[in-house]
Every structure is written in C-alpha cells, then in structure tokens.
Design a protein around this ligand. Structure first.
Ligand code: ATP
Ligand code: MG
Length: 326
C-alpha cells in the first residue's frame, strides 16, 4: 500500500483546493517556517479519523477549518481526501480488487464529521477498521512528526511493543480484542444491570401477586355480595308482588263496592227528587186546603152571626109576643 495523493480543501492553511502527488520513491516537502508543512501531516491524521484536537495542534475541533488570513476570508468547510494505491498488493475485504481507495473526511463549523470510503458515506469505525486492516494506525509509527524520532528511540518498552505489534500486523487483532473486551465488559455490566432489574421485577412481582390475591378475594366477596343482593331483591320483589296482588283484590272489592254505593246513591237521589216533587205538591194542596178552611171558617162565622142575629130576632119576637099576650 502506498499514499498516492492527498487533496486538501479548506483545511488549516489550505484555503483553496491543493493536491499533493506522492510519486514513486521518497517524497519530501520543503518550505519556509510556517508555510504549512506540518498542516499536511495534520490533514493525514485528520482524514484517518483523529478525534483529539490537541494532536492536530488545534484549540477546538473547528480550528482545523481555514480561519482566514490577511488576504483571504475564512471558509465554512474543510475536506481532506487521501488516495491509497494497492501498489501490487490487495486491499482487504470488499476493496479487494481496487487499485486505489479514497478515504475522505469533511466537516462544517457547526456539525459532525462525515466520512466516506470511495465516496460512499460510512462510519468512523469503518475507516478505522479499513486502516487497521492495511496496517496503518493513527497512534503508532505510520506518521512520525517533527521531534518524534526521539520519541520512537527513547520509547518505553511497552510503547515500543506497540510499534512492533503494528509492524507485525497484529495491532488490528489487538484492536479487535480490545473492542471485544469492551463489549464483554459492557455485556457484563448489562448482566449486572439485568440482575438488578430481575431482582427489582421479582420484588414487584411479589407485591403484584399479593395485590392479585387481594383482587381475587375482592372479586369473590363482591360476587357473594352481588348474589346476596340479588336474592334479597328477588325476595323483596316476591313480597311486593304478593302485596300488590292482595292490594289489587282490595282495590277491586272497593271499586265494586263503590260502584254499588254509587248506584244506591243514584237511586236515593232519584227517590229524594221524587219526594221533593211530592212534598211540593203536598205543600200546594195544603195551601189550597188552608185557603178553603179559611173560606169555610169565614162562611161559618157569617152563618153564626146570622144564627146569632136570628136568635136575637127570635128572642125579640118572643119577647114582643109575650108582651102582646100580656
Ligand atoms: P515549521 O517549519 O515551523 O514547522 P510548518 O511549515 O510546519 O512550520 P505549519 O505549522 O504547518 O507550518 O503551519 C502553520 C501555519 O498554518 C501558521 O501560519 C498558521 O497561521 C496556519 N494555520 C493553522 N491553522 C489555521 C487555520 N485554521 N486557518 C488558517 N491558517 C491556519
Ligand atoms: Mg512544522
């Protein structure tokens, strides 16, 4: 594998698109201090997925985007593409058969980084795995910066071991082992959490079982109450029906008696009406008889007066006769 080309746009001091061709043999970048030589190494580290902005000699992650200079305005996006050539070997996995592979990283001031392999969007993990598969590590000796040769020579045995492991191509397996260990650790923690959840659920289950038993008892009691209420209601209904029946008999009897009394009353009223008429007629007869009695009495009086007068006349005549006789 060989670094064939680097395309830099908007990254650090590279405002405009710059393409660096690393042709056969050794390439050297020469320039005055501060012209941007180390920025090229930063660009390589960055496109390989570096997340630590200090390693990239930046204060924040968006410091890697061109911030402007005396005669150029800032830009909002940085993009670096690294083209690797197979150089007579085979790329791993799905890239087997490709003569070149392009890895790209793009970022905006307000957003996350976007990664692509051969212009197909992918995850940072995919980029890392691909690089590991071809034996390039971000942390190891693939990139040796200014002043870092001393670091390599003076490295502690464990750090040196890391360089040797990467050279031997086992760092990718170590990386996978670490990832697997991390996964195992997280699975172990999940198991612990699950055990906690199970014990919590168990205690909840106990309380729920108690509640369920209570609910069952409540249901049975409620059923009993309902049955008793139904029996009582049925009894009350039967009593009321019986009462209603006897009351209906009484009512029928009273209705019958009332009808009978009404008939009798009507008869009595008719009788009283007749009596009234008769009384009126009798009163008229009595009045007529009274008048007649009065007339008779008057006639008797007149006749008595006539008799009295006749008697006086007789006495007078008798007296005169006597006198005449004497
Ligand atoms: P030396 O020979 O001293 O090591 P160098 O060639 O490695 O120098 P670099 O460190 O790569 O130089 O580049 C430094 C230059 O990059 C500085 O002029 C700095 O202003 C510029 N620079 C860094 N970051 C940005 C940025 N985000 N925007 C614009 N310019 C930047
Ligand atoms: Mg430098």
């Amino acid at each position: 594998m060989k670094l064939k080309k680097l395309e830099i746009l908007g990254f650090k001091s590279f405002r405009n698109k710059s393409t660096l061709d690393f042709s056969e043999g050794i390439s050297a970048i020469v320039g005055p201090n501060g012209c941007g030589k180390s920025n090229i190494v930063d660009a390589i580290r960055w496109v390989m997925g570096e997340q630590r902005f200090k390693i990239l000699r930046a204060k924040r992650m968006d410091d890697v985007i061109f911030n402007g200079s005396d005669n150029a305005s800032p830009v909002g996006m940085a993009e670096v593409s690294m083209i690797l050539s197979a150089n007579g070997r085979n790329f791993p996995g799905e890239y087997d058969g490709c003569s070149e592979v392009m890895i790209s990283r793009k970022t905006f001031r307000d957003g996350e980084s976007e990664y692509c392999i051969n212009k197909v969007p992918c995850r940072l993990l995919d980029v890392r795995e691909f690089l590991m598969d071809i034996g390039i590590g971000v942390k190891t000796y693939s990139l040796v910066e200014q002043n870092h040769i001393a670091n390599l020579i003076e490295a502690k045995p464990e750090d040196r071991r890391q360089f040797i492991e990467e050279a031997a191509g086992i760092s990718k397996y170590k990386g996978r082992k670490e990832a697997a260990s991390r996964k195992m650790e997280s699975t172990r923690q999940n198991i612990v959490r699950l055990a906690d959840i199970i014990s919590e659920v168990k205690s909840q289950l106990n309380s729920i079982s108690r509640q369920a038993r209570k609910a069952e008892r409540y249901k049975t009691l409620k059923k009993g109450i309902k049955e008793s209420e139904l029996t009582l209601a049925l009894q009350a209904y039967l009593d009321l029906s019986e009462k209603q029946k006897s009351l209906k008999n009484v009512h029928d009897e009273i209705t019958f008696k009332s009808a009978k009394a009404e008939t009798t009353l009507k008869k009595l009223e008719a009788f009283i009406e007749n009596l009234k008429v008769e009384t009126l007629e009798n009163e008229e007869t009595a009045s007529r008889l009274q008048e007649r009695l009065y007339e008779i009495k008057t006639e008797v009086n007149v006749k008595e007066h006539g008799i009295e007068f006749s008697k006086g006349k007789i006495i007078d005549i008798s007296a005169r006769k006597q006198k005449n006789l004497t």
